[in-house]
Design a protein around this ligand. Structure first.
Ligand code: DGJ
Length: 726
């Protein structure tokens, strides 16, 4: 709900459990007042009276603008007294960049606001659009706030309009700015950091003076730093305390900043990375930023995660896929790598069919001259030397065995040893005269150019049109380096990286629309592009190339801080594990992978009869509980970064069913009993834990808890919990 207080020119936005408030102060500047627990519309007047006029002197005071440095702002201005980082910097033709954006008008419209060519929340109840006008240029800014009564996520973005006749150069255009008050305590910052094979490690550090900045310069959101920043108030933990989340719905280079200045208040803002960014706005043109999803939780990090999960499921992930059963796949990558032929694949397909697996996914190596990672990328034509009878032969085998067929692509990439590169060497991102920087022996195609995206759309479409394909794995295995496009003049090179990202979104949109029956899974060497932008097209994303059942608990735990478990593609692979060399029980691998969109990635033909029986049982069990993965609420119980255990719990919305998976990393001697307190159940309901033959009230299970099972190295437990009648 959005309410406007006419008298004091305040705006109070309220979602499920939070409110957000600002007002137009005497100088016409948009001053931030509050972001926290839910208030009533009438409280806005109090906020204005108590806090609004404290910071700013009267508008008539000739020195009043120097006070903007202390004013909590909805938009950081530049060059007029606010010395914190600006939200938008628009440089005019004469080179001047100072700005003073003041309120001009506002409107409240029904529903969400679509963004041209970019992912955006599909739903909202209402959107507030606040229009500000710069006193010194023809720049106008619309600040947008989309709110849903049933959600704790507030969606923000902005649009900069050039209402004049000259050119404007946008040197920064972040998506949002907000301010957290000085609460006489320490805020902490939560980052999801990592690297390949170790994505999304939660790191909490105190937020000191100055600027804390997270981001990516890699051209995509990256393994190294997920496009999310959490700010925790003192004492905030998994189950209790207040925290804020700032997640960008964007897949390109980005920046998120928390700036603690002037002794206490914290300005949080972010959006498109601004190191090289510079966008030319011609007369009458508008630039729209990506959206950011802001979340406030008074129920700790767990509450924030559950709010984000609901938001991504309800407003971002394609509605036709989000709650539908996911394919349980067998993927051949770790079984064969590039070394396969019909015979090998058919044997895997035949085994998969016996185990209840429903889709066979043919990974890298089926096309062009792709027998290793040095050649073939870009040539999306089946290699019939390797696969006699082409894809059709493999698809027929799948059909005969009752399996569907999925296929791997890496649409944004090219090898120099490929027909595509030989025909269009200029389509790869490079700078004439400069040796290109190679990674995995490949270059990135220049998706800022429409003709390149058009070509890839055609070549991928041809394969999808001519074959019965129900699933696509869309990979991306390197970052962008040269940051240069031959298609733009020198003064517009700063547009390149964002235009690349728009090209990626354009292809994703066109392919998903042209092939609505195909299920698209995202991937970037694992979780290199696991973000709210990618989830708009891909209902699930390959979470990490690391499938080790111990490491995976950490990666899935960290990823779940923002993203729902159903968006995490999780596979059981062979042991010793290819990434860590560790051997873990097959039961544990299956249990951990069941906390996501489960699948398999190993040579089924090499398994014993017992192992195959175990996999068949896992698939059957998963099919009975995957409703909880798709729709349930996640409660993280035991943090794998802190102790010897991992445990997570999924609870149905009606609290009648729950599913628990736990793992103990190391067996320890002389261990005393440790208590695992469950969470998220209904205190008043009576529950039965099938595997323990235990019946107890929700109150007892959450208050007294259950003992952790004593298990040896990487042993696991799986408990099914159901309400029973008293
Ligand atoms: C990286 C992916 O994460 C893997 O799963 C696999 O698809 C390889 N690329 C193939 O090259």
């Amino acid at each position: 709900m959005i309410s406007f207080g006419k008298q004091e020119k305040s705006f109070l936005i309220s979602g499920k459990h939070y409110s957000y408030c600002m007002y137009v102060n005497a100088a016409g500047l948009l001053q931030h007042l509050y972001y926290g627990k839910k208030l009533a519309p009438a409280d806005a007047a109090y906020l204005v009276a108590a806090q609004g006029n404290n910071v700013m002197p009267e508008a008539g005071d000739p020195n009043y603008e120097m006070a903007t440095d202390r004013m909590p702002a909805e938009l950081g201005s530049f060059g007029r007294g606010d010395f914190r980082t600006a939200t938008v910097i628009a440089t005019r033709e004469d080179g001047a960049s100072m700005s003073r954006f003041r309120y001009r008008s506002h409107q409240i419209v029904k529903g969400a606001l679509p963004l041209a060519g970019m992912p955006c929340a599909r739903k909202a109840d209402e959107t507030l659009i606040l229009t500000l006008k710069d006193d010194f240029s023809d720049a106008e800014i619309d600040l947008r706030y989309s709110v849903s009564e049933g959600s704790d996520v507030l969606v923000r973005s902005l649009a900069v309009r050039n209402a004049g006749k000259g050119k404007l150069s946008l040197r920064r255009a972040f998506s949002f700015c907000t301010e957290l008050p000085d609460v006489c305590g320490t805020y902490s910052a939560l980052r999801l950091a990592g690297e390949w094979g170790q994505e999304c490690t939660p790191c909490v550090t105190p937020l000191g003076e100055g600027i804390l900045r997270v981001g990516s310069l890699r051209g995509y959101s990256s393994h190294e730093m997920n496009p999310f920043l959490g700010i925790l108030t003192e004492g905030c933990g998994e189950r209790t305390g207040e925290c804020y989340g700032f997640a960008l719905l964007y897949s390109g280079s980005y920046a998120l900043e928390a700036e603690r200045a002037n002794g206490g208040t914290v300005r949080v803002q972010g959006g498109i990375e601004d190191t090289l960014f510079c966008w030319t706005l011609g007369a009458g043109e508008t630039f729209e930023t990506p959206q950011a999803a802001l979340c406030f939780s008074a129920e700790g990090l767990g509450g924030m995660s559950r709010a984000y999960h609901d938001f991504f499921r309800e407003a971002i992930i394609p509605p036709k896929n989000v709650y539908a059963h996911r394919p349980v796949v067998i993927n051949n990558w770790e079984a064969t790598y590039f070394d396969f032929d019909n015979e090998k694949l058919f044997a895997i397909i035949d085994e998969a069919a016996k185990l209840g697996i429903d889709t066979f996914v043919l990974d890298d190596g089926w096309f062009g001259s792709r027998n290793n990672d040095r050649a073939g990328l870009g040539d999306w034509v089946v290699n019939e030397k390797k696969l006699a009878g082409g894809l059709k032969a493999v698809i027929n085998r799948c059909k005969q065995r009752g399996l569907k067929f999925g296929l791997w692509f890496e649409p944004e990439m090219v090898n120099e040893d490929s027909d595509l590169y030989r025909a269009h060497p200029d389509w790869a991102i490079c700078k004439a005269g400069v040796e290109p920087c190679r990674s995995r022996n490949q270059l990135v195609l220049d998706f800022s150019r429409k003709e390149v995206v058009d070509h890839i759309f055609e070549s991928v479409s041809k394969v999808l049109r001519e074959n019965e394909i129900s699933y696509v794995k869309w990979d991306k295995n390197r970052c962008i380096t040269e940051n240069f496009t031959a298609s733009l003049p020198a003064e517009r090179q700063g547009e390149f990286l964002h235009r690349y990202t728009l090209g990626f979104y354009d292809l994703a949109k066109r392919l998903t629309e042209a092939f609505p029956h195909v299920f698209f899974e995202g991937c970037a060497g694992g979780g290199g592009r696991f973000d709210g932008g990618a989830l708009y097209y891909f209902p699930q994303i390959w979470t990490s190339d690391d499938t080790d059942a111990l490491e995976r608990t950490k990666i899935q735990w960290g990823t779940s801080v923002v993203y729902p478990v159903s968006s995490m593609s999780c596979h059981v692979s062979i042991c010793p594990n290819h990434q860590t060399g560790r051997t873990t029980p097959l039961q544990t691998r299956g249990a951990v992978a069941s906390l996501g969109a489960t699948g398999y990635e190993l040579d089924l033909t090499k398994l014993s009869a017992e192992e195959k029986a175990e996999i068949a049982a896992q698939v059957a069990r998963y099919r009975k509980m995957d409703g909880l993965v798709l729709q349930g609420d996640l409660y993280r119980l035991a943090d794998p970064f802190r102790g010897n255990y991992f445990c997570e719990m999924l609870v149905s919305k009606d609290k009648r069913k729950a599913y628990i998976v736990g793992e103990r990393f190391r067996g320890v001697p002389n261990e005393h009993d440790r208590v695992l307190r469950l969470f998220g159940l209904d205190e008043e309901k009576l529950y039965h834990i099938r595997e323990l033959s235990l019946t107890a009230s929700g109150k007892a299970l959450m208050g007294a808890g259950v003992f952790y099972p004593r298990l040896s190295d990487c042993g696991s437990w799986v408990w099914h919990i159901e309400e029973v009648k008293r």
